[in-house]
Design a protein around this ligand. Structure first.
Ligand SMILES: [Fe+2]
Ligand SMILES: [Fe+2]
Length: 370
């Protein structure tokens, strides 16, 4: 390099550093703007903050429901109450009887039952979903004395018995490929689920009210089909589980009723939001990433075909919830809520007409059976 090249080099470096400085400054400014935007969106999410405030007002009410609606483990039914006791010398006879009765259950009903069981098996993991909702677990601790946190644990603990009982019953029938079932349960819990309620506790209460009623209907209808097939044990199991779902449904609807009392506009808007997104079944991701990705669709087609859970049920649940929360007679609503009221008032009819047009498939694909 020549001597006169040095000042040129220095000048070039200066220009280079100036550009680098301007570039870094621009990145910094852009990040800062992004952070401020995030802060602002957080700060101005008044709706969510208001919902969290209402949720915290209900904490004692929900805590009381844990003690009065949910059942203490000492007093609650447990899966073994329905199943052969292997310390009993006659247990093998009981298993034989169980298998004889189960032999009469149609393959479609059995597949539908397995799908329901898999859904129930994943339910204890939904405690995570519940505790991630804004305003539910402010202590960020599962040992929090909060009514909502206690509810999340005691509710999912009750649900745990449903999957447990159905799993053991199905195993004993000898008709189910349990390894494949176990893979689907494993897959579903691994995949998780997205109820699309965001982290809004109002929308979550709408979702759970809907979902508990849907599972109750599924178990009631399966119980009827089990009766028809002559399996009275399965019928009793389904009716018992349906009884639990009815308690849960009532509790969630009551929580939501309280929200309607305190904040009718917010509650009805959340109802509308959830319905526009539609209720996604909790087991929807059971096949994602597996060698049979269509397994959830196949299961849903069977439940539609045999009448365990249909498009009409979906429409009737909306109708029931609209009546239960007296949506059409709510007054004093803000503009957005008044629009939501109009939308919800006609929604069940729209779904009913849609359900009328759904044709049950002629052929269905069975799953999980031997
Ligand atoms: Fe359940
Ligand atoms: Fe339930």
């Amino acid at each position: 390099m020549t001597a006169c090249g040095i000042p040129r080099l220095i000048s070039g470096l200066k220009t280079h550093f100036r550009f680098l400085f301007l570039y870094l400054h621009a990145i910094h400014a852009s990040n800062l703007a992004k952070n401020i935007r995030q802060m602002n969106s957080k700060e101005i999410n008044y709706e969510l903050e208001k919902n969290m405030e209402v949720i915290s007002q209900l904490d004692d009410f929900v805590g009381h429901a844990v003690d009065t609606v949910l059942v203490d483990p000492e007093d609650c039914w447990q899966p073994t109450d329905f199943l052969p006791d292997f310390s009993n010398p006659e247990a093998m006879e009981e298993v034989k009887l169980l298998q004889q009765r189960a032999a009469g259950i149609p393959d479609t009903v059995l597949t539908s039952l397995v799908g329901n069981m898999i859904t129930e098996e994943a339910l204890p993991s939904y405690q995570t979903y519940f505790n991630l909702l804004e305003g539910i677990n402010v202590d960020k601790s599962l040992l929090s004395p909060s009514g909502w946190v206690r509810w999340s644990k005691a509710w999912t603990a009750e649900e745990n018995r449903h999957g447990d009982l159905l799993n053991k019953y199905l195993y004993l029938t000898g008709r189910v490929d349990m390894r494949v079932v176990e893979q689907t349960i494993h897959r579903l819990i691994t995949n998780g689920f997205d109820p699309k309620s965001e982290s809004d506790p109002y929308q979550a209460m709408i979702y759970t009210s809907f979902q508990e009623r849907a599972t109750k209907i599924s178990h009631v209808n399966t119980g009827k089909l089990a009766d028809k097939a002559g399996d009275h044990l399965l019928s009793k199991i389904c009716k018992t589980i349906a009884g639990d779902e009815a308690r849960h449904e009532k509790a969630y609807k009551t929580f939501m009723s309280r929200i309607f009392d305190i904040d009718p506009s917010g509650a009805i808007t959340a109802f509308e939001k959830m319905m526009r997104k539609q209720i996604v079944m909790p087991a929807a991701l059971m096949g994602e990433g597996s060698s049979r990705p269509s397994i959830y669709k196949d299961f849903a087609e069977i439940t539609q075909k045999i009448g365990v859970y249909t498009g009409w049920d979906y429409a009737r649940i909306i109708e029931h919830l609209v009546d239960y929360w007296k949506i059409e007679s709510l007054t004093g609503l803000d503009a957005a809520a008044a629009k939501a009221q109009d939308y919800l008032a006609g929604l069940a009819d729209r779904y009913m007409r849609l359900a009328d047009r759904i044709k049950a498939p002629d052929e269905v694909s069975l799953a999980w059976l031997k």
